[in-house]
Design a protein around this ligand. Sequence first.
Ligand code: FRU
Length: 618
Amino acid sequence: MNDPNGMVYYEGEYHLFYQYYPDSTVWGPMHWGHAISEDLVHWEHLPIALFPDEHGLIFSGSAVVDWDNTTGFGVEGNPPLVAIFSYHDMEGERSGRDDYQTQGIAYSNDKGRSWTKYEGNPVIGNPGVRDFRDPKVIWHKDSKQWIMAVAALDHLKFYGSPNLKDWTYLSEFGKELGSHDGVWECPDLFPMKSDNGKEYWVLIENMNPGNPNGGSGTQYFIGQFDGVQFTVDEQFMKLLAHEDAIVPEGVVFESFENGYENWTIEGDAFGESTANGSLGSQMEVSGFTGKRLANSFVGGDQATGKIKSKPFTVSNKAINFLIGGGNHRGRTYISLLIDGNVVRQTEGKNSEQLLWTGWDVTAYIGQEAQIEIVDQYEGSWGHILIDEITFADQVASAARSGSVWLDAGRDNYAGVTWSDVPESDGRRIFLGWLSNWSYAQVVPTEKWRSAMTIPWSLSINHVDGIPRLVGEPIKELERLAADEWKIVEDIAKVPESGIYEIKGTSAQLDGFSISLSNSVDEQVVFSYKDGNFSFDRSKSGDTSFSPDFAGIPTTERISKNDVVSMHAYIDHSSIEIFLDNGQNVFTELFFPSSLYTEIEIKGLSELKIRELNNIWRQ
Ligand code: FRU
């Protein structure tokens, strides 16, 4: 499974649909799986709700209660549930067309138990953009119409409709704002009152890749929506400050070709990695000729060898990389990193000698680019050839916008919020997919691919006059408490079940850390230093399945309070940490060879721990 879909509340039930391929643990033809809950904590699985049809697979989307029966789908005075989703036509994609993603709808008159697709599907055809998906629909009270926010490659489009069937294009947002280091997906749009009483609109936009901490991530914008257009709030805009990539003369890249001294080598205990051979010589792999710049080799079983170019700073222009390599056995990855993040990656497995690719990447002045080859498993070797690195002539006006991220961890993606939560409840409840496209399909699990985050309750808080979106665990999670809170002194055993909650505060700031570990010295460490939080899972257990897994996400602390507050939920393979009442959040996976049994704290005045019940066994 992947993205949460169609989250809607109706008649005492929270519905959670999700991207689901029933026949495998890797991504495949998508259906909507279905689960329901009365309390957002305990869930019941229901049969698959939506199956692929003649228009395509069922990609992500949303669901609403059509209270006034604007669709006419309702019967006997009961409002229908309407799901609005993307169709992905595989045949269209295979045949090279660009118009294979469209939007469709389906309805249910029996509380989501059975669904009928609308015979007039698709309700929105493709406007000429390959990535056109993940519609989020809301009822906009002021303009008395349905509004759809839908992702379109590098921006969002808004459409309006009186009846969920006939849609009119309204506006677009985001081509020049936020991060564009990946494809825009899964938007959300909702109004929200802030801590100072001011009403805002929040726009959530998921993007893959481009998370500053690696892989897929969720950015957001705060502003106003007038029924047609979304405008970013002036204060919030300060967080999106532009940098212009101005182009002075002079070229940087020559030094890269010189050979050994530009590469660093890391082999693990069983492996070796070399940057040898005749660097700079001409070579051919799979019909592609290039200059050999590095070579990597690993000898041992389960070994990993890594070579990395020294970073080079982009001093003037946008760069296009035409880069590739060969792979003999095992697995070889070649990655291009910009400012430490993998922005492009190609993989070769077991003698597929095929890593050729042209990477057209825009880097900006002052950014650091780096190339990395990772070889894994016995007798694996790979080499990297660079045919050309060209500098685009002109990027004088290319602007780079800042971006604001909802979760600093790597494992919270495609998150959106529940529709139709009663006004008397007043909450905006969010939930994401607890994984990351960088490695979701290769995590070392047999059955669990994968899970959702715990639900969050969102709010807007001002910090230095700037509105920020914050998320806290929903109060219903209290129901899982299995025990009283216990105080931890320095080092303690964690509950044997491996499912628990911790809370604490730290007035010491620098030097504050929490680590979880097991008897074979596998561990994860969460810490604060010099104004930044970071989460280190490099020694967490199995990290070999992807070179992107082990990195250390770091983020600036947002709160200015003297005391840091921390609240985290820990399960066998995940931690969800809320800092300063959700101003910073880290959601992270890990795969230790046995459960972490110990917790060690430093710099915390008081840490409390409480065992939780398993949601399936209560
Ligand atoms: C995001 C996403 C969506 C798409 C779905 C396909 O994770 O790529 O954009 O609708 O997953 O499963």
